[in-house]
Design a protein around this ligand. Structure first.
Ligand SMILES: C[S@@+](CC[C@H](N)C(=O)[O-])C[C@H]1O[C@@H](n2cnc3c(N)ncnc32)[C@H](O)[C@@H]1O
Length: 324
């Protein structure tokens, strides 16, 4: 990836707690709908967020799904009002779970965006390896980012987020283009399946917040969907990840958070980002591969002749039918 991953240290970044177009970093302690009242029409280039999923986390009250969607619709409507005509909205969501049955939130949120006249550009699958282990369905290992634009004339900068080609430097070897690159030498389009580790216990960015998204996930959106000095807004700010990604790439950032301890955490992380001391996972680091790293401790039970599991299988007849 060609993007700068180091903080653009800007001594002029100062923190404000109310929005004004002249500010650069705004952290509002309170409800996002109250903050939105102070944001002028068509002033935001990117709205990017991971809203509460209505699954009873410590910072949310589990609501009937219809009521939850009504509340989301209120926030989305205000975000659309404040979005620039060339702007984008990215809503990062997983599943709502009702007595073990899942409802993918993007499917029920889509009609809200569509009714507001937004156009969907991608439904990005964010795949990661860690999470809850389910026993009555396959464990969930992806969430989605639904990306909408306000119009057909929108900002999309592909070059800063290109990733290495499979065969970099490959050239045509015959024909009229012989000797020329057969693929873009700047790298390829990252596609709509993003494999990026999620923030779990041993991730360098982990804080006490239960559901942070990683900075690198948002950097890709900030770089491709905004230009320098544009406003990036996160209505459900949590630990400040979206604003950190904005600061890192010379954009301006604003967000709201209702829980005071997360407001403090967000401000603290932003301060570290501005000073250049915030530790994050870099955008261009490959996902850890235990085999490549010589750390493959696991031997499949069927490959291990004298394993306990095999012994159990071999002896299974003695436990009778009820033990399968
Ligand atoms: C899924 S978390 C977002 C985490 C964030 N993406 C990060 O990387 O840290 C949702 C956050 O929204 C906050 N929240 C819930 N309702 C809110 C509201 N009406 N206005 C502002 N923040 C709210 C919660 O306290 C929670 O921290």
């Amino acid at each position: 990836m060609k993007a700068k991953t180091q903080t653009l240290f800007n001594p002029n970044y100062k923190f404000a707690d109310q929005f004004a177009p002249s500010e650069s970093v705004v952290v509002y302690s309170g409800d996002c709908l109250d903050l939105l009242k102070s944001i002028p029409d068509e002033s935001l280039q990117l709205v990017v967020t991971s809203p509460p999923y209505n699954i009873g986390k410590e910072y949310e009250k589990k609501l009937h799904l219809d009521l939850y969607l009504e509340q989301q619709a209120q926030v989305i409507t205000e975000c659309v009002r404040a979005l620039s005509p060339k702007g984008s909205i990215c809503w990062q969501v997983g599943n709502y779970v009702d007595k073990g049955a899942i409802i993918p939130l993007d499917t029920v949120l889509y009609p809200i965006f569509s009714r507001l006249g937004l156009r969907m550009r991608n439904r990005i699958i964010w795949h990661f390896e860690h999470g809850l282990h389910c026993s009555r369905r396959f464990s969930g290992r992806y969430e989605t980012i639904i990306w909408f634009t306000k119009s057909d004339d929108y900002i999309f900068n592909l070059d800063p987020v290109r990733i290495p080609q499979k065969y970099p430097g490959k050239k045509y070897f015959k024909g009229p283009k012989a000797g020329q690159y057969s693929c873009n030498p700047l790298g390829k389009n990252p596609g709509d399946l993003w494999v990026i580790p999620n923030v779990k216990s041993n991730h360098v960015e982990k804080t006490e917040h239960p559901c942070q998204f990683p900075v690198e996930l948002i950097e890709r959106l900030v770089l491709s969907l905004t230009n320098e000095k544009d406003w990036v807004f996160d209505p459900f700010l949590g630990t400040g990840t979206s604003v950190i990604a904005a600061i890192r790439h010379g954009r301006r950032g604003v967000g709201a958070e209702t829980v005071p301890k997360y407001v403090d955490l967000a401000r603290d992380r932003m301060r570290q980002e501005i000073e250049g001391t915030l530790r994050t996972r870099p955008m261009d680091r490959p996902v850890y591969d235990p085999v490549e790293n010589g750390n493959s401790l696991t031997v499949a039970p069927w490959d291990k002749k004298d394993s306990e599991q095999m012994t159990l299988l071999e002896k299974s007849s003695q436990y009778g039918k009820g033990c399968r």
